[in-house]
Design a protein around this ligand. Structure first.
Ligand code: SF4
Ligand code: SF4
Ligand code: FES
Length: 363
């Protein structure tokens, strides 16, 4: 019997070559190489079919279409929905045009977004925060009044903040594909579009809680965890239980001894591969309900990994090191700390500091 041969194609992304199956998207090919070339994604979510193509966060430049037709593509394209061709050459972080376009995408996403980060439960694990930190600019040109909405009640488990929604459709796809009835969707179009339930029906399906996990921002958050903690003060642990509805594999988020939140497990791209049921998420908040496997390895670059487990594993961003090197004096860590006071007072550092203080108080 003749075996079905898989057609392989070769593509180059930011100078890295990779071989992938024909039909693979640029995003998946880039992820195969690694995070150093993978474009950011706000609406694409691999475990959910039909996601992507909404936010334009993943724009890349196709510098060469294919070996057969090497012409570049005239416009930047969304990498999450564009398939690779053999011999394609793609520029992502190496293209100034892409970097410039992403600034515009961030600006658009933030046009109506509230300055809620200090009170938003998503802060610290928000893809929009990461996206604007990495690709946005620190200022806004927007002077108009921001859009507001009538409050919608989605029941006692899920909190909707429509002002924070970026209309990525991930929650709609989740409801479509992993619950047995969808009662919400994107209503209206253009700048009138919003996520809403029909006749304000509560979302009361066994798997509805997954919409919280897939939401890249703080538009859908866990009502049972609301305002309980900042995420970087909580400790995630891998745990599992025998569940007759789902895989039962979760992260338990601890504050001290208390389980304050249960979520699905996310991979390095921030995507849940095994969705969990509402019983595991909302009703099992005792350590005794679970078999604890150990501290979660937070692989995504995140403040969650800061402060807690392994300070030596936290890498300082390249740009911050460069700024520090150019603007601050090197500290000589070899100097003896227990110098005599008169000697310290004679030192250049001490004199400089005292002068600075005097100048400051004279003002
Ligand atoms: S959704 Fe993200 S960016 Fe928006 S307020 Fe919440 S943490 Fe901030
Ligand atoms: S509520 Fe969240 S998941 Fe749903 S469309 Fe808005 S941003 Fe996306
Ligand atoms: S991630 Fe590609 S368009 Fe949103």
């Amino acid at each position: 019997m003749e075996e079905n041969k898989v057609e392989l194609v070769t593509v180059t992304i930011d100078g890295h070559q990779v071989e992938v199956e024909a039909g693979t998207t640029i995003m998946q090919a880039a992820r195969k190489i690694g995070p150093e070339v993978a474009p950011p994604a706000m609406c694409y979510y691999k475990p959910l079919e039909g996601t992507g193509g909404k936010c334009r966060a993943c724009l890349v430049k196709v510098a060469q279409g294919s070996t057969r037709d090497p012409r570049p593509m005239p416009k930047l394209i969304a990498s999450c929905i564009t398939q690779v061709q053999d011999g394609m050459v793609i520029e992502n972080f190496t293209s100034p045009e892409v970097i410039e376009a992403r600034k515009g995408v961030v600006e658009f996403l933030l046009i109506n977004h509230p300055l809620d980060c200090p009170v938003c439960d998503q802060a610290g694990e928000c893809h929009l925060q990461d996206f604007s930190f990495n690709h946005g600019v620190g200022t806004t040109r927007y002077e108009e009044e921001r859009r507001t909405f009538e409050k919608e009640d989605l029941g006692d488990k899920i909190q909707l903040h429509m002002t924070r929604c970026i209309l990525c459709y991930r929650c709609v796809k989740t409801a479509d594909q992993i619950t047995d009835k969808r009662v919400h969707g994107v209503m209206n179009r253009g700048d009138h579009a919003e996520i809403s339930t029909y006749i304000e029906k509560a979302i009361d399906n066994d798997f509805s809680g997954n919409m919280i996990d897939v939401c890249p921002v703080g538009a859908l958050t866990d009502k049972t965890y609301r305002f309980k903690n900042r995420v970087w003060f909580s400790k995630p642990y891998d745990a599992h239980r025998d569940c007759d509805k789902c895989c039962g594999k979760v992260h338990l988020w601890y504050r001290g001894e208390e389980v304050i939140r249960v979520t699905g497990r996310k991979n390095m791209w921030g995507e849940v591969e095994d969705f969990i049921c509402n019983t595991c998420r909302f009703d099992k908040k005792e350590s005794s309900d679970w078999t604890i496997e150990g501290p979660t390895k937070v692989s995504r670059h995140s403040v969650i990994s800061a402060n807690k487990y392994r300070a030596d594993l936290i890498s300082k961003p390249e740009f911050a090191l460069k700024v520090a090197e150019s603007q601050y004096k090197q500290i000589n860590d070899d100097r003896p700390f227990l110098k005599e006071l008169p000697e310290i007072k004679k030192s250049e550092d001490y004199q400089g500091l005292m002068k600075q203080n005097k100048d400051y108080f004279r003002k």
